[in-house]
Design a protein around this ligand. Structure first.
Ligand SMILES: [Zn+2]
Length: 400
C-alpha cells in the first residue's frame, strides 16, 4: 500500500444540454452543488472524450475508458456481464446477453417479460439448458430478472454478428430484426426455438393466468468476449475497489483486478442509499489505495426525462457522496480525486449522447488550480486540461 489515496467518482449520465424552462441552464448548473464547486475552485478542469467516434455511447465503453483502458481493447457487454455473474470465459468464448422477452403476434411487446422474477427465471434457464443448450452446444446462465447470459464456447467469429438491442424494437415485428450474417443461422434458430419451449412451461401458464406477460422467447444481443486487459496491480501497482449497483461496471472491476464491494441499500436507482456508498468507499481506503464509486440515479432520471428528479439526484450525489467523502478523507495524509460523468443523458432526449463530459482532478497537495468557481458543462471548457481522451485521465490522476 502507498500513502496516497486515489478516487474516481462517476455520477452516471450527469452531463446534459441547456434547457429552456430553467433559463438555458443544464441540470448541473441549476443544481445546488457546493462540494463539486469547491473541488472545481481548488482543482483543474477539462473536457473528456469517453466514447470514441463511431461507437455507441454505452455506459460499458464509457466506464471502460474512464478506468484507463484503451477503447481498442473493449470487447463488448457480454464479457463484462459474464464476469459480474461469476462465469469464466476463455479467450475464444463469446457471451451473449439473453433477455427474456414477450412476443405477441410476432411483435416484440416487452423486452423484459414484465420484469420476470429470479425464481421463475431460474426454472426457465434450466429448461433452456436441458433442451436448446444440449442440442446447440450453448450454455445458459441466470443473471437477474430478465437479464441472462448465453455462452458459446470456442466460436470467436460470433463476436462480429449484428444484433439489435430488444429495448430499441418495442412494437416491431421480430422477423425484421433477427441476426444478420453468415454465422447467424444457429443463433436465429436458438431464438425462434426458445419460443415453443418456453411457451409450454408452467411458469408461463401461471403468469398468463395471473395476467402477467409471459417470457415466451429469448432475445440474443450485446455479445462480448473477455477483454484482454491488465489489472491495476499490474499496470500501476495499486490495490483498489469498485462500488456500484450496476453489473457491467462490476464486471469491468473484476477484469481490472479490483474488489467489488456490495453496499447494503445500493439499488442503482433514485432510492439508493448513497450515504452508505460513501461510507463504504472511505472504509475501503483504510486498506487499499484506490476506489471507483459509481452512482446510477443521475442516469435513470435522464432516461425518465425527469428534470426535477435529475437535479435532485445531482444534489444528492454532491452532498451524500462527495460531501461525505470529503469529510472523511481528512484522516488520510494525501489524496487525489477524479470526478466526471461517463456520458450525458440529456433529459430532453432520454438517451445517452457522445458529447465530451466535464471533469475535475483535485489533488490535496497541489498548489495550482484553475480557480473556476462552478463545475459544469460550460465552465469545464475553460479548464487548463482542455479536451482529453478519457483513457488518459487515470495517469493524470495517479500523476504518472
Ligand atoms: Zn452511463
Amino acid at each position: 500500500m502507498i500513502d496516497k489515496k486515489y478516487l474516481i467518482l462517476v455520477p452516471d449520465g450527469m452531463a446534459d444540454y441547456p434547457i429552456k424552462s430553467i433559463g438555458n441552464k443544464t441540470p448541473l448548473m441549476a443544481a445546488n452543488t457546493p462540494n463539486m464547486d469547491l473541488l472545481s475552485k481548488k482543482g483543474l478542469l477539462g473536457l473528456a472524450k469517453t466514447v470514441p467516434d463511431g461507437m455507441e455511447p454505452g455506459s460499458d465503453i464509457a466506464n471502460f475508458t474512464i478506468m484507463g483502458y484503451d477503447p481498442k481493447y473493449f470487447a463488448g457487454r457480454g464479457g463484462l456481464e459474464a464476469a459480474s455473474i461469476g462465469v469464466t470465459l476463455n479467450n475464444n468464448d463469446v457471451a451473449f446477453r439473453c433477455n427474456f422477452i414477450t412476443i405477441k403476434d410476432e411483435v416484440l411487446e416487452d423486452y423484459s417479460a414484465d420484469k420476470i422474477t429470479d425464481k421463475e427465471g431460474k426454472i426457465l434457464i434450466e429448461k433452456l439448458n436441458r433442451s436448446i443448450g444440449a442440442r446447440y452446444k450453448v450454455e445458459f446462465y441466470q443473471g437477474k430478472s430478465y437479464r441472462n447470459l448465453m455462452v458459446v464456447r470456442d466460436c470467436p467469429e460470433l463476436i462480429q454478428v449484428e444484433c439489435t438491442p430488444p429495448h430499441n424494437i418495442i412494437g416491431r415485428k421480430i422477423d425484421d430484426y433477427l441476426i444478420k450474417s453468415s454465422q447467424s443461422v444457429r443463433l436465429n434458430k436458438i431464438m425462434l426455438e426458445s419460443g415453443s419451449i418456453l411457451e409450454k412451461s408452467n411458469v408461463n401458464i401461471e403468469r398468463i393466468r395471473n395476467k402477467k406477460r409471459p417470457a415466451n422467447m429469448i432475445w440474443l444481443w450485446g455479445q462480448g468476449k473477455k477483454p484482454d486487459i491488465s489489472t491495476y496491480k499490474e499496470l500501476y501497482k495499486i490495490d483498489g475497489s469498485v462500488i456500484t449497483a450496476v453489473d457491467l461496471i462490476k464486471g469491468l472491476g473484476i477484469y481490472a483486478g479490483l474488489e467489488i464491494i456490495d453496499v447494503p441499500g445500493a439499488t442503482g436507482y433514485i432510492d439508493s442509499n448513497l450515504l452508505n456508498k460513501a461510507k463504504y468507499a472511505l472504509k475501503s481506503l483504510k486498506n487499499k489505495d484506490f476506489v471507483f464509486v459509481h452512482v446510477e440515479a443521475t442516469d435513470e432520471m435522464g432516461h425518465e426525462g425527469d428534470l426535477e428528479g435529475k437535479i435532485k439526484a445531482i444534489e444528492r450525489f454532491d452532498k451524500e457522496i462527495l460531501g461525505e467523502i470529503l469529510d472523511g478523507l481528512g484522516e488520510f495524509k494525501e489524496f487525489s480525486i477524479l470526478l466526471l460523468p461517463d456520458h450525458p443523458t440529456p433529459v430532453e432526449y432520454r438517451v445517452h449522447t457522445s458529447d465530451p463530459v466535464p471533469f475535475i482532478i483535485y489533488d490535496s497537495k497541489s498548489t495550482v488550480s484553475d480557480g473556476i468557481k462552478e463545475f459544469n458543462e460550460e465552465s469545464a471548457k475553460k479548464g487548463s486540461f482542455g479536451l482529453v481522451m478519457a483513457n488518459k485521465l487515470i495517469k493524470l490522476l495517479l500523476n504518472r
